[in-house]
Design a protein around this ligand. Structure first.
Ligand code: GLU
Length: 443
């Protein structure tokens, strides 16, 4: 590695102590970008472009006070990381989870810059959320929390400034409460949030978008390699929105899905899930062990899905859920493709193992961009005051995922024809942002 790489990463580590996830995300990107700019765009080094892109334009941190159902005062911390606005308004989800901290949100906001750039839509990068735990809370508690959260956030966002959406712990219900409060405070019905319900400004296909998009990407990867998804065995982690719609689309493309999971354990159904079975998983409200009472299957308490033999692994749960040993096990069992529905689910060590084995690897910033892409389409529909049909949005999503795939191939294919999708996504996402930042001067 070059001396610039060493000084740059040392600077990031020094400026961001105690933020391991953020440092991990920055390193993962600059390992590909620094060799690229040293060869093609040396002037970016003097322009301190990487120092600028890895420093949020603005970080907002605020107190969220609310009353629970027993009228006890509760205090949480809220954040919005406005990372980069070179390509458009800050755009990215809100995550409500006790695991949320500034390191996690800065890593997610940083990834979002490149992901959003890859979609080809005019979207900057941002992320936000709170350490609030929605699990076990009543609808009224969720509503009071969301209203209090928005009572501070509303002054920092806007349909042309910063447009939050959902992420882990934030779905249509939460977006509804947040939107209602924003509208009340601003007296303005505007596309300030995406992931809205289809009857009040939302886009069709938004709930499905990340999972469907993941499968459109994987389908294209297999096509590129003269292969198809027909008959392929797939392990999926997670049991939320992304995992559910990824599984649904995988089934419709002729694959067999044998696992879903949550942080407590994994369901292994060797006969494969059906739509009916997946709907049943959805109804279990995290109690996955119940599944085996209705269907012949195994529930593995405390286990991740990566020990089960598969052709394709789709981590769709959370960051760093697939480690070095998991990667080795998957590869030893003949897995030919790992595609990320979650954000940064593979550890840095796992990625090294995967790249060395030269199996197909789709990083989240490319493969899970479908969610934010349809959010971008929701913003377009809001601006013109229209709602596009399901078919139209789905067709546009598919085209965007295929284009992202092709961008990764363009920037990631080496002289032997081997495609490094991670490198392709990093460079492909970067060049557009770098051009825009350069054009907009030293800001
Ligand atoms: N949270 C999603 C992501 O990680 C979607 C963000 C959005 O729609 O703005 O990309």
């Amino acid at each position: 590695m070059s001396s610039y790489f060493k000084t740059f990463t040392a600077g990031v580590e020094q400026r961001n102590p105690h933020q391991p996830e953020f440092i991990q995300a920055v390193k993962e990107v600059v390992e590909d970008i620094i060799p690229y700019i040293e060869e093609h765009a040396k002037e970016l080094i003097d322009q301190k472009l990487l120092e600028r892109i890895s420093e949020p334009e603005r970080v907002i941190s605020f107190r969220v006070t609310w009353l629970d159902d027993k009228n006890r005062v509760q205090v949480n911390r809220g954040y919005r990381v406005q990372m980069n606005s070179a390509l458009g308004p800050y755009k990215g989800g809100l995550r409500f989870s006790p695991t949320v901290n500034l390191s996690i949100l800065k890593f997610l906001a940083f990834e979002q810059i490149f992901k959003n750039s890859l979609t080809g839509l005019p979207l900057g990068g941002g992320k936000g959320g709170s350490d609030f735990d929605p699990k076990g809370k009543s609808d009224n508690e969720i509503m009071r929390f969301c209203q209090s959260f928005m009572t501070e956030l509303f002054r920092h966002i806007g349909s042309e400034t910063d447009v939050p959406a959902g992420d882990i712990g934030v779905g249509e219900r939460e977006i509804g409460f947040l939107f209602g409060q924003y509208k009340r405070l601003q007296n303005n019905f505007t596309g300030v949030l995406t992931g809205k319900g289809p009857s009040w400004g939302g886009s069709y296909i938004r709930p499905e978008a990340t999972g469907f998009g993941l499968l459109y990407f994987v389908e294209r990867m297999f096509y590129e390699n003269q292969n198809s998804l027909k008959g392929k065995v797939i392990t999926i982690s997670g049991a939320g929105n992304v995992a559910y719609y990824a599984a649904i689309k995988a089934l419709s493309l002729g694959a067999k899905v044998i696992t879903v999971s949550n942080s407590n354990g994994t369901i292994y159904d060797e006969n494969g899930f059906t739509v009916e079975k997946l709907d049943y998983v959805n109804s279990l409200n995290r109690n996955l062990a119940e599944y085996t009472k209705r269907y012949p299957a195994e529930y593995h308490e405390g286990k991740k899905p990566w020990g089960f033999k598969c052709d394709i692994a789709l981590p769709c749960a959370t960051q760093n859920e697939l480690d070095e040993q998991d990667a080795k096990t998957l590869i030893a069992n003949g897995c030919m493709c790992i595609a990320e529905g979650a954000n940064m689910p593979s550890t840095a060590e796992a990625i090294k193992v995967i790249l060395k084995a030269k199996i197909l690897y789709a990083p989240g910033k490319a493969a899970n961009a479908g969610g934010v892409a349809v959010s971008g389409l929701e913003m377009s529909q809001n601006r013109i005051g229209q709602q596009w049909s399901t078919d139209k949005v789905d067709a546009r999503l598919k085209k965007i995922m295929h284009d992202i795939h092709d961008t990764c191939v363009h920037y990631g294919k080496d002289s032997n024809g081997v495609i490094n999708y991670l490198k392709g996504a990093n460079i492909g996402g970067f060049v557009k942002v770098a051009d825009a930042m350069r054009a907009q001067g030293v800001v």
